[in-house]
Design a protein around this ligand. Structure first.
Ligand code: NCD
Length: 336
């Protein structure tokens, strides 16, 4: 059997009007659909709240007893378990379906995403959705009576991962301002688009892309960086990033499965060429101090021998993710 992978689509109007206001009358975010709707104050507030949860200095505002629907139309490990753990930690009840392909809200039964949102938002207090289609979370938010959180929609965005990335990079680097941040691997993914949007508030010195030769950084992302006067450049081999950059955000070499439904058997080609792979030998040879981040899952782009080096931040990034998701759920549940 052969599978046709959906190429990063260009038809989706990423800046499409959402059809509803992003913030409620009190100035609070109603949904979390795109990193583009997070402003600098929101970003600081999410990071401060996450740190307060981590240190045990904050108690949830009004989440106790509320229900958070986890609707995963696409596979997930960290995001699904992270939201589940975060909901439980703030006293809310995560409920939902491990696999929405087993629900009635799918192509087989024909229920639309809009109807699914209308139904679930009358039963639950918030919706967390992951879907293989660009714009899925926006469509659900248009019909939802409760906050919708985008946990990854196709090639489009993954805003909570971007918040986690910023929180973890601020923690590792002290501050991102003035630092050189590299992006290794496939630049088309939703985590990259969302993170680049939040980096506009952090004023890094430069952004350095090391993409595979056959995939371009999406034009909307490059335009956005240019508009915010952030310098960027390209390298063809990851090794210079190890010596010239302060942090490297890695991604798999090829993320073509990101637009696939759960039922697809498509498997991204996962062999990373040596030029784009980070190994412990390279780190030792270059005496690199660059911090390594990754939204995970990794394929072979970071050798597991790196895991015990002080450069490796990716598992710490996962630990921190729970506090960020507590902050996101707490804020949206209390605004609803
Ligand atoms: C994503 C995944 O697991 O699919 N990672 C994550 O949520 N931490 C990768 C992605 O969305 O690009």
């Amino acid at each position: 059997m052969s599978y046709v992978s959906v190429e990063s689509p260009t038809h989706f109007a990423r800046a499409a009007p959402l059809g509803f206001t992003k913030k409620n009358r009190a100035g609070q975010l109603r949904h979390l659909l795109s990193a583009g709707e997070i402003d600098a104050d929101d970003l600081d507030e999410f990071c401060q709240a996450a740190e307060a949860f981590e240190l045990g200095l904050a108690s949830p505002q009004s989440a106790a007893g509320k229900t958070v629907a986890l609707l995963f139309f696409q596979p997930s490990t960290r995001t699904r378990m992270g939201f589940e753990a975060a909901a439980a930690a703030i006293g809310a009840h995560p409920i939902g379906m491990e696999d929405m392909s087993a629900s009635r809200s799918n192509q087989r039964s024909g229920e639309s995403l809009e109807d699914c949102a209308a139904v679930v938002s009358r039963i639950c207090d918030a919706i967390v959705v992951r879907h293989h289609e660009d714009g899925a979370a926006i469509r659900m938010a248009a019909k939802s009576q409760k906050p919708v959180i985008n946990a990854g929609d196709g090639w489009n965005e993954h805003p909570t991962q971007a918040l986690i990335d910023i929180f973890a990079m601020r923690r590792g680097l002290g501050q991102i301002t003035g630092k050189s941040i590299a992006f290794g691997g496939d630049p088309r993914g939703r985590t990259v688009r969302s993170l680049l949007q939040l980096l506009r508030f952090e004023r890094p010195r430069e952004i350095v892309f090391c993409p595979p030769p056959h995939y371009d950084v999406p034009a909307d992302s490059l335009n956005m960086i240019s508009e915010h006067q952030i310098r960027y450049r390209f390298i063809r081999d990851i090794e210079p990033a190890l010596t010239e950059c302060d942090a490297i955000m890695m991604a798999p070499y090829d993320m073509s499965d990101i637009g696939e439904p759960a039922s697809s058997g498509y498997i991204s080609p996962s062999t990373t060429p040596d030029s784009h792979m980070i190994t412990a030998e390279k780190i030792e040879l270059t005496r690199s101090q660059a911090l390594l981040y990754h939204p995970l899952p990794r394929h072979d782009e970071i050798d597991p021998a790196c895991d015990d080096l002080p450069n490796a931040m990716y598992f710490e990034q996962v630990r921190l993710s729970k506090y960020v998701r507590m902050a996101v759920l707490d804020r949206l549940l209390s605004a609803s």
